[in-house]
Design a protein around this ligand. Structure first.
Ligand SMILES: [Zn+2]
Length: 215
């Protein structure tokens, strides 16, 4: 019949690699998910619940690096889905979230990487929860935790909550919990702005020793 030739194959195969072991196929692969270490439990003053996915070592660190330094979309999506599920597990009978937000990184980090990994994660998590991502925090000053001097690190980052946080039940999303200073400052800023409740969902937690020493 005229007009019917051999069908053209239009499927496009995307090469996806597991950020944990570099194997082709799934991001991440089941083996690497199984190899993730459980995080040390932690609490953040002022929050209604804290959900953590894994410990920041070996495979967990590779997942975070893929997100943070390479901006890999597939791992961002998987982490967002996982944070949403972990939050639902952790929140108990709490009121549903009506805004998902993040503690913005420094302008210098954002310029260097071209994106803010905390924002990427928050947007992926909001999508999974069918909730609204909302920029509710402003960073005051430009000091990055990892590059700051000892004095600035101990003082920690500072944030200001936006007026539209008032009355909202907020989910605060972050990639790595080190000293907990960022989450504490961000939670306090949201509460000061009148948030009704703050829940936390973060991907990776560094070891207990570092956390306790600075907490
Ligand atoms: Zn793997």
């Amino acid at each position: 019949m005229a007009g019917f030739g051999t069908p053209t194959v239009r499927a496009v195969l995307f090469e996806v690699r597991c950020p944990g072991c570099s194997a082709l196929g799934w991001c991440p692969c089941a083996e690497c998910i199984g190899a993730l270490a459980d995080p040390e439990p932690t609490s953040v003053p002022g929050t209604d619940s804290v959900a953590l996915l894994f410990s920041h070592d070996e495979v967990g660190r590779e997942f975070i690096h893929a997100l943070k330094y390479r901006g890999e979309r597939a791992i961002a999506r998987w982490l967002g889905d996982s944070l949403a599920l972990a939050h639902l597990d952790a929140r108990g009978e709490a009121v549903p979230i009506d805004a998902v937000t993040w503690a913005p990184t420094t302008a210098a980090h954002r310029r260097a990487r071209g994106f803010d990994q905390a924002e990427t994660l928050a947007r992926a998590t909001a999508k999974a929860l069918r909730a609204r991502p909302s920029r509710l925090l402003r960073r005051i000053g430009g000091t990055a935790q990892s590059g700051a001097g000892r004095e600035a690190r101990l003082a920690g980052p500072r944030f200001e909550g936006r007026a539209r946080a008032a009355g909202r039940c907020v989910l605060l999303v972050d990639d790595v919990v080190t000293t907990g200073a960022t989450l504490r400052a961000a939670t306090a800023a949201l509460m000061d702005a009148g948030a009704a409740a703050v829940h936390v969902a973060a991907c990776a937690r560094r070891g207990r020793d570092r956390f306790s020493a600075a907490a």
